[in-house]
Write a protein that binds this ligand. Structure first.
Ligand SMILES: Nc1ncnc2c1ncn2[C@@H]1O[C@H](COP(=O)(O)OP(=O)(O)O)[C@@H](O)[C@H]1O
Ligand SMILES: [Mg+2]
Length: 542
């Protein structure tokens, strides 16, 4: 036996209205197609629920006419207040609220249908979304007039996409490509980048040894590290967690204990045992970002921990075992750091087995457009609204991107921010040429902003050893401090001496001090390398 049908329908203000000449032409009226009224003629209908906004009288009339055609149907009226029946979000939420209240009373042996033929277009779109999003556990019902406006026709539309193999398969493949692929499914064109990613994919699948990712900020090192982890995890190479730390944030006592953990009482303030990051990464993957910023002592401990797969937490005499795979990231030349004595050669030798340098965006401009599309998709998904670029606007943006003024100093970070700004400011989800022009001005201001020439910079000449691009990204307030720092270094005979002068108060409060390391890390915040600032006497006297 077929199950009884329960149908929900928004009363159609125009289509469901009875003919004015109804009294005189009673017979003709019976045959005139009124979509909601025609529901009475479907097989096995047990309930019809009429949703109406203000037109109670019309709803009553439709109810009456349904029952005239089929007295077995039970018709209920529901007043649903749409503040604005043409406003998508409003209608969607109103319908979601309504359906959620109704659904609790749904009977499993009934067939539920939402009639989509009446209501405003916005309401129809929302009904579709309700069914597609499984808020309404049923199917869509569409009605149409029969031949010569007589007898209605009914069509039930099942939106369960899993039934449509081809569609489902495509969606699945796309999702899998995004998850598995180190390129996240972006059809990139740059040969060097593509070859590098292919090689990395093979290595990630086969090798448990360290990987060193080099490249400028925003080129995608951290992102790639996470994807390599996902790949290794999925192929069951590792079972543990992904643990990530930016070494530039590790300072003094905290550096050691953050990495290797400590035993309760190991030092003042160590009130509890602490599990270090190396321990947490056991059987998993440890990503040490900005590894060049790690202090020499920590580097030594790290090397030993990698080689022995074990280490001593601070204040503990019990060897702690941890097997982790390592990825290191850096945007500086570690060989140069070795020459300066700030990075251990033996550690570099150990992590320098598979080394990849990620190109910046400027070096792979052919990939700008695929990435632009990818980011537009990302924003569209995040905001649940489709954003597009008008074709002349797109042409203009791509053209500007390869202009010499477009330095893309923050690489993908700049591109992502740019897309987010353009989508936010666009009207109706379409980015037009004037949106692009305004964005180009903003990008130029970011890259070559007034603050390199602004009044508030003190002795600008002190900063002549630092490149303009770097300076253009620094806030006015930091430029002041930077001018003082660079000036002081230039007038000191060692970096340690400059550090002592610059951190004159806070260093007195520390048990251990490494003034060179502190000044190095401080400069790192602005992407400035200590070695680029000459000392008074010898150049690299550390
Ligand atoms: N290949 C890529 N294509 C598009 N966007 C990327 C790519 N790599 C990274 N991103 C995005 O760019 C931003 C910066 O990437 P990130 O990995 O943090 O850079 P890095 O660690 O090199 O400074 C992140 O939001 C990331 O999701
Ligand atoms: Mg990073």
């Amino acid at each position: 036996m077929t199950s009884s049908k329960v149908i929900y329908s928004i009363v159609g203000q125009r289509l469901d209205k009875a003919s004015k000449r109804r009294g005189a032409y009673e017979k003709r009226f019976e045959r005139r197609w009124r979509p909601t009224v025609s529901l009475a003629l479907m097989d096995n209908v047990s309930e019809v629920h009429l949703l109406y906004d203000n037109e109670r009288a019309l709803a009553e009339e439709v109810k009456e006419d349904i029952q005239k055609l089929n007295s077995d149907v039970c018709v209920s009226l529901h007043q649903v207040g749409f503040a604005d029946p043409w406003e998508l979000a409003e209608v969607h939420l109103t319908l979601v609220d309504f359906v959620e209240k109704e659904v609790v009373n749904f009977k499993p042996d009934h067939e539920y249908l939402f009639h989509i033929t009446t209501g405003t277009h916005i309401q129809q779109i929302c009904i579709y979304k309700l069914v597609e999003g499984h808020y309404f556990p049923g199917k869509i019902l569409q009605t149409a007039p029969g031949e010569k406006g007589g007898e209605a026709r009914f069509q039930v539309i099942d939106l369960d996409l899993s039934k449509y193999d081809a569609v489902a398969e495509r969606v699945r493949r796309q999702k899998e490509a995004e998850e598995n692929d180190l390129k996240r499914g972006i059809p990139t064109l740059n040969l060097k980048f593509n070859q590098m990613i292919e090689e990395l994919e093979i290595i990630s699948r086969r090798s448990p040894y360290p990987i060193l990712l080099m490249g400028p900020t925003g080129a995608g090192k951290s992102d790639l590290a996470r994807r390599i982890y996902a790949l290794k995890h999925k192929s069951s190479q590792i079972s543990g967690d992904y643990v990530e730390i930016n070494c530039a944030t590790l300072m003094g006592d905290n550096a050691m204990s953050a990495l290797f953990g400590h035993k309760k009482g190991a030092f003042t303030g160590a009130s509890e045992n602490r599990e270090g990051l190396l321990q947490r990464a056991n059987n998993g993957l440890l990503f040490l970002d900005e590894i060049g910023e790690l202090g020499l002592e920590e580097q030594a401990m790290l090397l030993s921990a990698i080689e022995n797969q074990s280490f001593y937490p601070l204040g503990s005499d019990r060897l702690q075992e941890s097997r982790f795979q390592l990825i290191a990231g850096t945007n500086r030349d570690l060989r140069e750091s070795c020459r300066q004595g700030t990075f251990r050669e033996d550690l570099l030798a150990r992590i320098n087995l598979w080394t990849f340098t990620l190109p910046g965006l400027k070096e792979r401009l052919e990939d700008l457009e695929p990435n632009l599309d990818y980011e537009l998709d990302q924003v569209s998904r995040a905001l649940d609204q489709r954003f597009r670029m008008a074709s002349d606007a797109r042409r203009r943006f791509v053209e500007f991107s390869s202009h010499q003024d477009a330095i893309w100093s923050g690489n993908f970070r700049d591109l992502i921010a740019s897309v987010r700004r353009m989508t936010t400011l666009s009207d109706g989800g379409i980015i037009r040429t004037d949106d692009v022009e305004r964005e180009i001005s903003r990008l130029k201001a970011i890259w070559f902003g007034d603050n390199t020439t602004g009044e508030c910079v003190g002795d600008k000449s002190a900063l002549d050893c630092i490149d303009q691009t770097t300076l253009s990204n620094i806030d006015a307030i930091d430029l002041h401090a930077l001018t003082l720092a660079v000036d002081t270094i230039k007038q000191s005979s060692s970096y340690a001496e400059a550090g002592r002068k610059l951190f004159d108060r806070s260093r007195l409060r520390r048990k251990q001090t490494n003034d060179t390391h502190r000044i190095k890390s401080w400069l790192q915040r602005f992407d400035i390398e200590l070695k680029d600032i000459p000392l008074r006497a010898k150049k690299y006297l550390v």
